[in-house]
Design a protein around this ligand. Structure first.
Ligand SMILES: CC(C)[C@H](C(=O)O)[C@@H](O)C(=O)O
Ligand code: SF4
Length: 454
């Protein structure tokens, strides 16, 4: 599948062996987008095809109700106003702060049908690989590469190696795509995919809905892969049907032929039995520091133990937490909110939880969730219900907590300081976040699911 998409996009090969790869879509956000557009404008280079370039405000925007351009991040407003001015001047499509389509780049692009099977899509953002869930080759680039892509319509690239990660079997109940990604990282390391374009395949991947495939592909970057993707199938077509930028008639022969052929050879293969996967949580400061919720903290780098304040042998389950966050391009789509709400319905967060936030991945997700009354479930449980944005996924200098606070978070990164100076982040599925918020300590959601069923 990788070769089919890549080869269809190579326009030339340089003497040094690099390929010039046609880029179908470029997506910008206000954290990195203005600099690329401004630099192009300064050098007098126009965007070659503005219809293929989109921008959204997501990283720095305030998520408190009634927001405007003001930000909690000192000086953040400048990123917003400069991106707006540069986007308007360049003639690209902008989903602005108060636009009904505002949201996180990798949530908005699929839900508007901007990313399509077989297309190449780049964005100056490392989680662009999320969009590979639609059968696209989507990857994160730097700001100067974004300029190059916008000015020329191509990027000069060395062909990556290929890897297939096959999930066999069936996921147990209460176990999700997030746990698949964390299991892959725990077993094969945060560098395991370096230099590779990774195809996720096998019955347990086919069984995932499109939103869950996005969660899995999202974390390909935590695996150091260039890209992560899933072959398009009937679910992909059904997901895209009727979306604003998707074609009215699908290009069936090209899309149907994108699947990896039987007998295809990969540079590397990994196989994981999905039935062995358990609800996971990270204990340390790398996404590879992941263990089943019921397991003990293993021996890791001393610095990680010191930062996170957990010694080897401590059990993850029962570790008290201060903050619960459901959000991000990893796990803030409608299906994620539904599953978290199922656990929270009729329950309340523990009194020891200082903050619990739900930040929908897009304003469209927010509206859809409100249409189902999920906002009421979250609010009744003691969660704040926000406008869309990256929010606490990434410390944009605004909202945070006292150093040493422990958060359970549906995001993708747990690096030192990721959610603010001294904050200890434990990443997990929305189910684990919801269950842990109720218990005030890290909890296997299946404990609460069983209780609800009785
Ligand atoms: C700020 C942005 C460029 C960054 C990224 O590239 O991924 C952010 O989205 C992240 O998740 O760390
Ligand atoms: S939600 Fe988090 S991971 Fe996703 S783009 Fe925003 S900051 Fe990056």
């Amino acid at each position: 599948m990788f070769a089919k998409i890549w080869d269809a996009h190579v326009t030339a090969t340089t003497a040094a062996g690099a390929d010039l790869v046609a880029i179908d879509r470029v997506f910008l956000h206000e954290r990195t987008g203005a600099s690329a557009l401004k630099s192009m404008a300064a050098s007098g280079r126009p965007v070659i095809d503005p219809a293929r370039v989109f921008a959204v405000m997501d990283h720095i925007v305030d998520t408190r109700p009634g927001r405007g351009d003001q930000t909690l991040m000192q000086g953040g407003q400048g990123f917003i106003t400069e991106t707006r001015a540069a986007a308007l001047a360049a003639g690209i499509t902008l989903f602005d702060v108060t636009d009904a389509d505002q949201g996180i780049t990798h949530v908005v692009s699929p839900e508007l049908g901007i990313v399509l099977p077989g297309c190449t899509l780049v964005a100056p953002d490392s989680h662009t690989c999320t969009q590979g869930a639609l059968g696209a080759l989507a990857w994160g680039i730097g700001s100067s590469e974004a300029e190059h892509a916008m000015a020329t319509g191509v990027l000069r690239l060395m062909r990556p190696k290929t890897m297939r990660v096959t999930f066999t079997g069936t996921l147990p109940k209460g176990v999700t795509a997030k746990d698949m990604a964390l299991t892959l990282l725990a077993r094969h390391g945060a560098g395991g995919g370096a230099g590779h374009a990774v195809e996720f395949a096998g019955p347990a991947v086919e069984a995932l809905d499109i939103e869950a495939r996005m969660t899995l592909c999202n974390m390909a970057t935590e695996f150091a892969a260039m890209a992560g993707f899933v072959a398009p199938d009937a679910k992909t077509y059904a997901y895209l049907a009727g979306r604003r930028y998707a074609p009215a008639a699908f290009d069936a022969p090209y899309w149907a032929d994108l699947k990896t052929d039987d007998g295809a050879v990969f540079d590397a293969e990994i196989v994981i039995d999905a039935s062995e996967i358990r609800p996971m949580v990270t204990w340390g400061t790398s996404p590879e520091h992941a263990v089943p919720v019921g397991a003990a903290v293993p021996q890791g780098p001393q610095r990680a133990h010191d930062y996170i304040g957990l010694e080897p042998g401590a059990t993850m389950a029962g570790t008290p937490i201060d903050v619960a966050f459901i959000g991000s391009c990893t796990n803030a789509r409608l299906s994620d909110l539904r599953r978290a709400a199922d656990i929270l319905r009729g329950r309340h967060i523990a009194p020891s939880i200082k903050t619990a936030l739900v930040v929908p991945g897009s304003m469209a997700v927010k509206r859809a969730a409100e249409g189902e009354g999920l906002d009421k479930v979250f609010e009744a449980a003691g969660f704040e219900w926000r406008m869309s944005g990256c929010s606490l996924c990434f410390f944009a200098g605004g909202e945070s907590f006292p150093a040493g606070s422990r958060t359970i978070s549906s995001t993708n990164r747990n690096f030192e300081g990721r959610q603010g100076p001294g904050i200890r982040t434990h990443i997990a599925s929305p189910e684990v976040v919801a269950a842990s918020a109720v218990m005030g300590a890290i909890t296997d959601p299946r404990d609460l699911m069983a209780e609800a069923a009785q």
